[in-house]
Design a protein around this ligand. Structure first.
Ligand SMILES: Nc1ncnc2c1ncn2[C@@H]1O[C@H](COP(=O)(O)OP(=O)(O)OP(=O)(O)O)[C@@H](O)[C@H]1O
Ligand SMILES: [Mg+2]
Length: 252
């Protein structure tokens, strides 16, 4: 990474849910043009960390710095405005909306103010076309593009969420188990999209339990265990076992 400065720094993050200390003094840095794998067993705190960075939860303590500036992320909308896109593990799409409406929710394509109200359908057409073009790149077949997302399968929903993130990514893209619900072919497409996001200069934070994907994609890996950062390394075939031991906490 040389002298490059991080696009995202998390410093001394703490997050507690009642008796559960989900994050304990976690610090990390992410750089443009890299895939950073965030690893750990179930309950290690990965999704909590993602949600703190994406403005869903507020940190109890600690800070988030974007391109050198302390950035309060007190809502998902403020994180998106700051250039952070997130694909949530629990697939935060709006059930009653279509894929295109989900895509552009909160940032509809602007219609010039002088256009009469009756021409608003132009906007819908533009949004539908853009969303359809991106989803098409993913090669995921949707039953009916203008159907509400509630009627789609887990994999189709996941594809919509990944496609949305790739369109709007500007700095940081976080993908929380983006291939968990996908078939082999769709998973491949998502891996390609991740590489594309990296080559476009984003910092990509990838959460996955798939070690093959980690070895193939990740430039760096950070391991969480019981809310604590327990290790960091550059994954490759030779240290895969070391990585797994870090994750499960065995000193074997
Ligand atoms: N909203 C919440 N309320 C209460 N406890 C929570 C909440 N979200 C997470 N936790 C707890 O915080 C801890 C970390 O959970 P988290 O979802 O971050 O784990 P994870 O690393 O993403 O696990 P997985 O691999 O299973 O997705 C767990 O003990 C979990 O039960
Ligand atoms: Mg999780």
């Amino acid at each position: 990474m040389g002298a490059q400065s991080p696009v995202l720094s998390v410093r001394n993050a703490q997050k507690r849910f009642g008796p559960v200390q989900a994050l304990r003094d976690v610090s990390l840095e992410a750089y443009r043009g890299e895939v950073l794998a965030l690893l750990g067993d179930n309950g290690a705190g990965k999704s909590t960390l993602v949600k703190c960075i994406s403005g869903v939860y507020a940190l109890d303590e600690g800070e988030i710095v974007l391109e050198g500036e302390l950035t309060p992320l007190n809502s998902p909308a403020s994180a998106r405005r700051a250039g952070i896109e997130t694909v949530y593990q629990d697939l935060a799409l709006f059930d009653n909306l279509t894929p295109a409406q989900n895509f552009f929710c909160g940032r509809e394509i602007a219609v010039p103010a002088w256009l009469p109200r009756g021409l608003r359908f132009l906007k819908k057409g533009a949004m539908d076309r853009e969303a359809a073009a991106v989803i098409d790149r993913l090669k995921v077949r949707l039953p009916k593009f203008d159907a509400p997302v509630a009627l789609m399968s887990g994999g189709q929903r996941q594809a919509i969420a990944v496609a949305r993130a790739t369109v709007f990514a500007r700095k940081v893209v976080m993908l929380d188990e983006p291939t968990a619900a996908l078939g082999l072919r769709e998973s491949r497409k998502v891996l390609e999209l991740i590489k594309q996001l990296r080559s476009e200069g984003n910092a990509v934070i990838l959460i996955t339990h798939n070690m093959e994907h980690v070895v193939e994609l990740a430039d760096r890996a950070i391991v969480l265990r019981q809310g604590r950062k327990v290790g960091e390394l550059k994954p490759d075939k030779s240290n895969r076992q070391e990585l797994v031991s870090m994750i499960v906490g065995a000193d074997a």
